[in-house]
Design a protein around this ligand. Structure first.
Ligand code: TXA
Ligand code: MG
Length: 353
């Protein structure tokens, strides 16, 4: 199969391309498309064959459920039952936007899409291309992130092409995404709203809307593993996630101490003939004296850090570094989401200085 790339990065969006991609979806094919978080790999959510194709293209285990992308609130009502009041409150506050709600499903969405679960994860993305595609096709779109399973989520169309070229029908190239980390997932099927995956919408923002919110005990880690010993409720959070080819360690502490420690570790590694990568910020980059230094962003602008994280991890793979040292980014709003992804990539390896 030849994967067609269609440029929809300029406004007004080329409607011919949206129509062509919609036809592909309606005929059971796969379309990668931009959202505000990461690129998604979409198929018709009501078509079990399309869901099977998604798992095959990603090389993803079929018990890991997909997120259903919608464009109108009524579509959530159409595919769920026993919807709690919190759903409407959260939708009013955050949709379209980077929040996924797990609700009890009815029979409309097949088990192939939900990985055999009786719940379904639903989100209304805040991206004009994604919304146009859902509306034009008339499909609710099942879409995981458009990467090969085990690689970082794609934040640019070129990342999708690297991973999935020849395996999917087309890519709608909407340019680089906005946020760069996957959506926050909340579970609404229990008494208390529970965060299953941290993202741009954080605990404080959720509490302002629904009151009590808790974190899934299965995703709270220390250096010895999950603090509770519980399994993460979102199947995708259980899998060994993306690990860069280079061995990644996070160094945290005061900026000066972190910089000296990373310089020291880098010198030792280079003395042992290893190729070293460093994840730095625009402020610290000049203070590292050796190694391959990549700037992730500006600490004061935490969005820049989220935005560049996955691209940087992909670039270190291309550069073929043996070890990577990263500063720590426990920033105020998105720190939990950023560190969740970075710690996973590091296999939870951190050094406190
Ligand atoms: O930002 C995003 O959410 C992106 C864009 C494309 O929308 N999508 C995304 O999909 O990150 P994916 O498949 O890479 O991650 C979906 C996560 C997985 O961890 C999966 O286990 C979880 O959502 N999930 C899906 N349905 C679920 C359910 N019914 N119950 C619990 N977790 C669920
Ligand atoms: Mg994913």
């Amino acid at each position: 199969m030849i994967t067609k790339i269609m440029d929809v990065s300029e406004e007004p969006i080329n409607i011919d391309y949206i129509r062509e991609a919609s036809e592909i979806l309606k005929n059971g094919g796969l379309v990668a498309f931009p959202t505000e978080t990461v690129y998604g790999l979409g198929g018709d959510a009501t078509d079990m064959e399309a869901s099977r194709k998604i798992y095959a293209a990603k090389g993803r285990p079929s018990d890991n459920p997909l997120i259903v992308h919608i464009a109108r609130y009524e579509q959530l009502e159409a595919i769920t039952e026993n919807l709690p009041k919190t759903a409407k409150l959260l939708a009013d506050a955050f949709w379209p936007g980077p929040l996924t709600m797990v609700c009890n499903k009815n029979q409309v969405i097949p088990y192939e899409t939900t990985g055999g679960l009786d719940t379904v994860a639903v989100r209304m993305p805040n991206n004009p291309v994604a919304l146009a595609l859902i509306n034009e096709s008339g499909c609710m779109i099942a879409a995981p992130s458009a990467n090969t399973s085990g690689r970082p989520s794609p934040t640019k169309a070129s990342h999708v092409y690297e991973d999935l070229s020849g395996k999917i029908d087309c890519i709608l190239d909407g340019g680089p995404v906005d946020i760069g980390l996957e959506s926050t997932i909340v579970d609404l099927t229990e008494d208390v709203v529970t965060i299953l995956r941290p993202g741009f919408i954080n605990m404080d923002m959720l509490r302002e809307v629904v009151g009590e919110v808790r974190m899934d005990p299965g995703i709270v880690y220390n250096d010895k593993g999950t603090t509770s010993g519980a399994r993460p409720k979102a199947p995708g959070m259980r899998y060994k996630h993306y690990a860069p080819k280079g061995d990644l360690t996070i160094v945290s502490g005061d900026e000066d101490d972190v910089v000296s420690k990373i310089n020291e570790l880098t010198a030792q590694a280079i003395a042992s003939d290893l190729k070293v990568g460093i994840i730095a910020t625009s402020v610290t980059a000049d203070r590292y004296d050796q190694g391959q230094i990549l700037v992730i962003g500006d600490r004061a602008d935490e969005k820049s850090i989220a935005h560049n994280l996955y691209d940087i991890l992909r670039r270190f793979d291309e550069l073929g570094v043996d070890v990577i040292y990263s500063e720590s980014f426990s920033t105020p709003q998105m720190g939990q989401a950023i560190m969740n992804r970075l710690l996973k990539a590091a296999g939870q390896k951190t050094i406190e200085v």
